[in-house]
Design a protein around this ligand. Structure first.
Ligand SMILES: [Zn+2]
Length: 325
């Protein structure tokens, strides 16, 4: 692949899809966002094809490959299936995109893509053992052991969002109760707000907001206006996250955990209680050496770059492998 080659990275989400043109040095030079048609897979594929085409045509470089990231991916078969938010059934997306672009096309789970992005271009550069925790609508984890993604025997390792944190806890989309992501995610935060509202008499900007209208951004805005209840919701979320990280570190002993995703917009509101709770709950010899970091990527870009890095023979990845040797 020469210096004029470009790779298209795509991050498919339950609300928006972002496609980006990645230069050979790993920088994302142009991005296009569009709303994901979660009900009509044919319309979605059409929109994706047009977006990729537009990115390729606006470039003087030649297309070397397309790397995509999405939730509920079977990477081996190149399909998206059993997604809670994308109602497409089983969608053979790699095959459908390959029909239109005669280049290598891959797809990978979005949490794993975030880990690859951090490893190639982000906060995990140079690390051998680390994890990324993506806090969005749900909670996704990518685990890297000895610079390799841990996939598991059947490709579904890293489902730590469904570790059970509370016995008889909140109902989860996986049809069980008390999973981490029902507490630690954008939706988990909103559920916590409602729980706090019902238990306390505290005045709050969020009192009177209907559940369907409450978003993590609204809770964040309230906390920024010193709304105590909103701040408390973040603190509680951080306490849950810290406890989950302590359990995770006991199992995997990583050098660092990188937190990313939309909820990390809250920065210190979430980081402070998370680190505090991690210290309270982790094994003493593990808590001292682990670093909990915030991703430096703007939201979504890590997964996009990581997905792009899956394209074979891509300079940046070749370089990374050589450094390793
Ligand atoms: Zn669950």
């Amino acid at each position: 692949m020469n210096k004029n080659s470009i790779v298209i990275g795509v991050d498919i989400g339950g609300t928006n899809t972002v496609a980006g043109k990645i230069a050979s040095d790993g920088t994302c030079v142009q991005k296009i966002n569009f709303r994901t048609d979660v009900d009509d897979s044919a319309a979605f594929i059409e929109a994706l094809k047009l977006t990729i085409q537009q990115l390729v045509e606006s470039s003087s470089g030649t297309l070397a490959g397309i790397g995509m990231a999405a939730p509920a991916v079977n990477a081996r078969e190149g399909v998206i299936e059993h997604s809670a938010n994308l109602r497409w059934g089983k969608l053979p997306i790699v095959e459908l995109i390959k029909r239109h672009f005669a280049v290598p096309v891959t797809i990978i789970n979005d949490s794993n893509a975030a880990a690859l992005g951090e490893m190639a271009f982000g906060s995990a550069k140079g690390l051998k053992h680390f994890m990324t925790v993506t806090l969005g609508t749900g909670l996704g984890v990518g685990i890297v052991v000895n610079r390799k993604l841990m996939e598991g025997a059947f490709g579904s390792a890293g489902e730590l969002g469904h570790m059970i944190l509370e016995t008889n806890g909140r109902a989860c989309g996986c049809s069980r109760n008390g999973c981490v992501e029902t507490y630690v995610s954008a939706t988990g935060l909103c559920r916590t707000v409602f729980e706090l509202l019902s238990y306390s008499m505290e005045q709050s900007i969020l009192r009177g907001v209907a559940y369907e209208d409450l978003t993590a951004n609204r809770v964040y805005d309230a906390a920024m206006q010193n709304d105590r209840l909103a701040m408390q919701a973040f603190t509680r979320t951080g306490h849950y996250l810290g406890r989950m990280l302590a359990n995770t570190v006991a199992a995997f002993d990583p050098e660092a955990i990188i937190l990313t995703g939309g909820l990390m917009r809250a920065e210190e509101l979430l980081m402070r209680p998370t680190i505090e709770s991690f210290k309270q709950n982790a094994l003493s010899f593990q808590q001292k050496r682990l670093r909990i970091l915030r991703s430096n990527f703007t939201d979504g870009e890590g997964a996009l770059l990581g997905a792009g890095s899956m394209v074979q023979h891509w300079d940046a990845i070749n370089e990374m492998v050589q450094t390793e040797m």
